[in-house]
Design a protein around this ligand. Sequence first.
Ligand code: NAP
Length: 296
Amino acid sequence: MTVNHIVIGGGTGFIGTALVNAFKQRGFCPIIISRMPGPFRMSWHDLERDGLPKNTTAVVNVAGQNILDPTQRWTPGFKQNIWNSRVETTKLLARAVTACPPKVFVTISGVAYYPPDEKEYNEESICNKYDFLSELCHEWEDAAKLPKDLNVRQAIIRSGVVLGRTGGMIKQIFIPFYVGLGGPIGSGKQPMPWIHIDDIANIFVNVVENDNVSGIFNGVAPQVVTNKEFTDAFASALWRPAKIPVPEFALALAFNRERAKIMTEGQKVIPKRVLESGFKYKYPTIDLACNDIAKW
Ligand SMILES: NC(=O)c1ccc[n+]([C@@H]2O[C@H](COP(=O)([O-])OP(=O)(O)OC[C@H]3O[C@@H](n4cnc5c(N)ncnc54)[C@H](OP(=O)(O)O)[C@@H]3O)[C@@H](O)[C@H]2O)c1
């Protein structure tokens, strides 16, 4: 029997771990690319030197230094790390895929591709770069481009805020909300494109396994909510009040305005192509997602 190897860049992270588990359940044998050695792992240097392991049928990249790491100042050096950990890792994988083509190549990007305004965006919306994070999304997606004549199916998943207990935003806000100190960010009126961790993992699985899908997919839930609506849903799932707003200027002071935008601004993003592909969400509404995440 041939083993289906899937190579996952960033497979040690919050989203990566969910992908590793989801793909194992589907019978794949995941190999993680990480900066730290370990079983079933390879380094970025190994990839550059030796290329993809034999029998690799799928390659996925979800690597990327945490943009909202509160211990890191928003310096040119940190911004370079943010950039390289996404763009350069994706370029390396695209080169390895070109040299030894698997069946499918799937990479992540972000909804910062779309400008934060009143419009609704779907995967067919073409947008220009408008700030650092949108430039990053464009370059990240360009880095994944493969030669036109290469017979590899390719997809890019533009993810919204991923909600799950073990990482991302929820890990940072869980304790304040649990002790009743949660609240909306600024006015709370900004849209917050979101998705449950199980659903983003299943979208990757669906894209890898379904030979008929390729291109851009918005990794967001079908229900568009504002930051205030999310705050209310999460607080009520925890049976806590959430009346203490986080002022925008405090976030700008702590994080720098350029990266605080991830929290203070948002886009209305519709997963049109995900729905058209027949994908069924386990958590289509914010109440279902928050009730799951709030469970002990
Ligand atoms: N979480 C979200 O809400 C969300 C939303 C949209 C997009 N995304 C994107 O999805 C990706 C994964 O997010 P996550 O929440 O799973 O992040 P995470 O938990 O912080 O994991 C990040 C992963 O990237 C790797 N990494 C970190 N810094 C790196 C560097 N300098 N060079 C190479 N690899 C590096 C880490 O691998 P090692 O430490 O093992 O090397 C780790 O596995 C990121 O690119 C992020 O921008 C996340």
